[in-house]
Design a protein. Structure first.
Length: 371
């Protein structure tokens, strides 16, 4: 028998031994046999043996997982460099075997650029912030909102004119403004509730407010579940509700308790003590402790709720905020000269109450907490 090999027959490359319980590859399939991790749902396929090099562009045994990860990150990043790194990294087996805490990347694929892309996208579209103010007339709701954003974003409704008719029920009025600071745009919507608590009979006066809040949720959900939904859904949901407590110095009224109890499950409630400059420091601290105790006894949850304590650091920060609530605030849109500086404040016979001075009121804490 001749030992000469015909020229059209070439020797096959060395193939590693087939693992047990793995079927033979299909003749039409371009991929070599896969390990139990691919298709079997257990583990990850082993890398190719060192005897068979896998050049970039070829399909090794680990290609499907790496290729999917590389393309997902590369396309979501949107940058050519990160896409190239992701594509080449996936073919070059940049991910190691999965351990209990996750996988370790052996090369750069561009995941760290996602945060910067999200920031740029958010800067272009801007933010939506919808705030609702609830309380009796004359507690300084509009003034406080104007002080928060240092602009005339809320209408003045300190009182009713003689020829103006007092509404029979609670009305819902919203005013929207686009404010910009340092290149950051925010569409601010202030929802006012004139007529709340101003009637002789205030039974169920919270129903129009509750109905309005639920309608905004339903409107947003209806737009979100549409198959052909808008690229940017208008967000009219109430993000937080600032409830103004009268500075009586005694306790909460029954109307205050009922309102916060009924709406605390549908909106983030932030209780504040309005016109805190009408009380001394000692009276204010006693009133805050009394209000906090009544809220706890009534089972009223205000923002931030306990469910937001995801770790010990968040719990520590949220506990400090809960201890400071309700915030005793003073609002003013007038400036005065104090020690050579222009400050927002209220002028009294005893001096000037500085709005942003933490020794005078807790307005600065409320603003930092909100924004």
């Amino acid at each position: 028998m001749s030992d000469v090999v015909p020229p059209e027959v070439r020797p096959k490359p060395a193939v590693p031994a087939k693992p047990p319980n793995v079927g033979a590859p299909s003749p039409s399939s371009p991929f070599p046999p896969q390990g139990p991790g691919i298709g079997g749902g257990v583990g990850v396929s082993a890398p190719p043996p060192s005897g068979i090099p896998v050049p970039i562009g070829s399909h090794g045994p680990g290609h499907p997982i790496g290729h999917a990860i590389g393309h997902a990150v590369g396309h979501s990043a949107g940058h050519g460099g990160s896409h190239a790194a992701a594509h080449s990294g996936s073919h070059g087996h940049t991910t190691s075997h999965s351990s209990g805490g996750g996988s370790t990347l052996l090369g750069y694929i561009g995941i760290d650029t996602i945060i910067e892309q999200m920031r740029k996208k958010t800067m272009k579209t801007g933010f939506d912030f919808n705030i609702m103010v609830v309380g009796h007339s004359g507690l300084g709701k509009s003034t406080l909102v104007n002080t928060l954003f240092k602009s005339q974003v809320s209408r003045r409704s300190a009182g009713w004119a003689r020829d103006e008719k007092i509404p029979k029920t609670v009305e819902i009025k919203s005013v929207s403004h686009v404010i910009e600071e340092g290149g950051v745009k925010m569409k601010l919507t202030v929802v006012d509730t004139p007529g709340f608590g101003d009637q002789i009979n205030n039974d169920n006066c919270w129903e129009p407010i509750s109905k309005y809040i639920n309608e905004q949720y339903e409107k947003f959900l209806k737009e979100e579940v549409n198959i052909t939904r808008k690229k940017r859904i208008p967000d009219t949901r109430v993000h937080c509700c600032i409830y103004f407590i009268s500075p009586t110095g005694h306790s909460l009224r029954q109307l205050d308790t009922e309102f916060m109890k009924r709406l605390s499950h549908s909106v983030n409630i932030i209780p504040v003590i309005a016109k805190a400059d009408t009380m001394t420091i000692e009276e204010r601290q006693e009133f805050k402790q009394r209000v906090r105790k009544e809220l706890e006894m009534s089972g009223i949850e205000f923002y931030p709720q306990k469910e937001f304590d995801e770790d010990m650091e968040d719990k520590s920060d949220n506990d400090k905020i809960r201890e400071a609530m309700p915030f005793a605030v003073v609002g003013s849109d007038k400036e005065y000269q104090v020690n050579g500086k222009r400050v927002l404040g209220r002028k009294t016979a005893w001096g000037i109450v500085e709005v942003e001075n933490p020794n005078h009121c807790e307005f600065a804490q409320l603003r930092d907490f909100l924004i």
